[in-house]
Design a protein around this ligand. Structure first.
Ligand SMILES: Cc1cc2nc3c(=O)[nH]c(=O)nc-3n(C[C@H](O)[C@H](O)[C@H](O)COP(=O)(O)OP(=O)(O)OC[C@H]3O[C@@H](n4cnc5c(N)ncnc54)[C@H](O)[C@@H]3O)c2cc1C
Length: 404
């Protein structure tokens, strides 16, 4: 790590590294509060996981662990509509958030068991109803005759790419900056960060937010603290289906989702999500947090995976036979060792905050993460009503050799 800061006129109060939904929401809320913010992005806005996700803002399924993670999901879902309204006002761009009835649909025994369990777990907290196959088809007639039933629920969906663009645009409209530069190191004095080193120079700042998605592990050597995050490969098909709009979001446990986007595109299939990837979602850690073997970044959309996803989706909605493929996308989600986001100050270097590891739920959790980190930076405290401690980077302790 370099010590000291060369003379430069370039400065900001906070440098946010990464222009995905998480870095974007944080930078937007800081700029809105009047902070001088710069976002550094090494590729392009929304080019990471954010531009490749389904954008589902739902609490049904096994993505959230019971406890603080689920609580964060509830608060995150609740603030979404207001956050989007603010963002549209500040950016002039629509991230296409919309709400529809949703079916957590069972067409095989295993899915029925999973979703009946989910129904029992959440029925006192969320507004849910168990409906049978006929009721599912009354809502959306193109659903297969094999449908056994579903949890009926209502939730939101948003376009992660447009959400990233809107946050970056809002930052600029509010007087902040977006610099297309890759962060290559931090500048420090003693145990305090004083700036960032990017591919084209330096920027002096008091606070650095590392919102680098699945690439965040690069920063371990700069801060001398573990950030156990790995890339979790995922794919999705974008299709156009002739005929009327699909009237519900459809989520399954083994056949992927079918999601009507606000602009009419259908998002079909999924790969690498918690129920499709075979990971043990009940384990304390889904990978060893001290494992430092190099991560595999598979950013390709594989033809055989496309076929697998469409075959599965056809079992749910045979009418998809008529659909035209618009795009087949792939990205890598930032998965933390315990599946919960890592949000908060780094114990080893004052002024550095981590905000990543949101795994399969980063689009859902971006606005609440933005509010949490903005509160830490602007007012030096945790956001009221949010179980912040559970997400602290200090829950992962260094192993010998980190940062050496
Ligand atoms: C197929 C699929 C489906 C998904 N479905 C959903 C869903 O339904 N709901 C949901 O909530 N989430 C979903 N997700 C997950 C969601 O996309 C992620 O959790 C979220 O986008 C993470 O956002 P982020 O900003 O942390 O990371 P990213 O979007 O990956 O952004 C990180 C950014 O940091 C930049 N960066 C990295 N290193 C540097 C550096 N050194 N210098 C400068 N910039 C750097 C990268 O270029 C990138 O732009 C899905 C993901 C996939 C792949």
């Amino acid at each position: 790590m370099e010590r000291g800061l060369a003379p430069t006129k370039d400065s900001a109060a906070t440098a946010v590294v990464g222009a995905g939904v998480v870095g974007g929401a944080i930078a937007h809320l800081l700029a809105k509060a009047g902070q001088r913010v710069v976002i550094l992005e090494g590729d392009s806005v929304g080019s990471g996981s954010s531009g490749h996700g389904h954008g589902v803002v739902s609490l049904i399924g096994k993505d959230f662990r019971p406890g603080p993670h689920f609580e964060l999901g509830c608060i995150g879902a609740e603030i979404y509509p207001n956050y989007v309204a603010e963002l549209i006002e500040d950016s002039g761009l629509d991230p296409m958030y919309h709400r529809l009835p949703s079916l957590a649909l069972a067409i095989i025994d295993e899915e029925e068991r999973i979703f009946r369990e989910q129904f029992e777990l959440h029925k006192d907290r969320l507004e849910l109803r168990w409906i049978d196959g006929d009721e599912c088809r009354m809502l959306e007639p193109r659903i297969t005759e094999d449908a056994r039933g579903a949890v009926l629920y209502e939730h939101g969906q948003v376009d992660g790419y447009r959400l990233s663009l809107a946050t970056a645009r809002a930052v600029e409209q509010l007087g902040g900056r977006l610099e297309m530069r890759k962060l290559v190191g931090l500048m420090s004095e003693g145990d305090r960060v004083v700036g960032v080193q990017h591919a084209g120079g330096q920027i002096a700042c008091q606070t650095v937010v590392l919102a680098m998605g699945a690439w965040v592990r690069e920063a371990e050597a700069w801060i001398g603290w573990p950030i156990p995050v790995r890339p979790l490969h995922g794919e999705v098909l974008n299709v156009r289906l002739p005929g009327p709009r699909v009237r519900a979001f459809i989520l399954t446990a083994r056949h992927g989702p079918i999601l009507q986007r606000k602009d009419g595109i259908l998002l079909v299939g999924s790969l690498g999500g918690v129920t499709m990837s075979g990971m043990d979602v009940d384990a304390k850690h889904v990978f060893d947090p001290h494992d430092t073997s190099p991560p595999v970044f598979d950013l390709a959309a594989h033809e055989e995976n496309g076929k697998f996803m469409i075959e599965r989706a056809l079992r749910v909605m045979p009418a998809l036979e008529e659909a035209d493929l618009v795009a087949h996308l792939a990205g890598v989600r930032p998965l933390s060792a315990d599946r919960m986001p890592i949000i908060g100050p780094v114990p080893s270097m004052r002024g550095v905050i981590i905000a990543t590891g949101h795994g399969t739920k980063g689009i859902h959790l971006a606005p609440i993460t933005g509010r949490m980190v903005a509160e830490m930076i602007l007012n030096g405290r945790d956001l009221a009503g949010v179980p912040t401690d559970a997400f602290s980077p200090s829950r992962f302790q260094p192993a010998v050799g980190i940062g050496a």
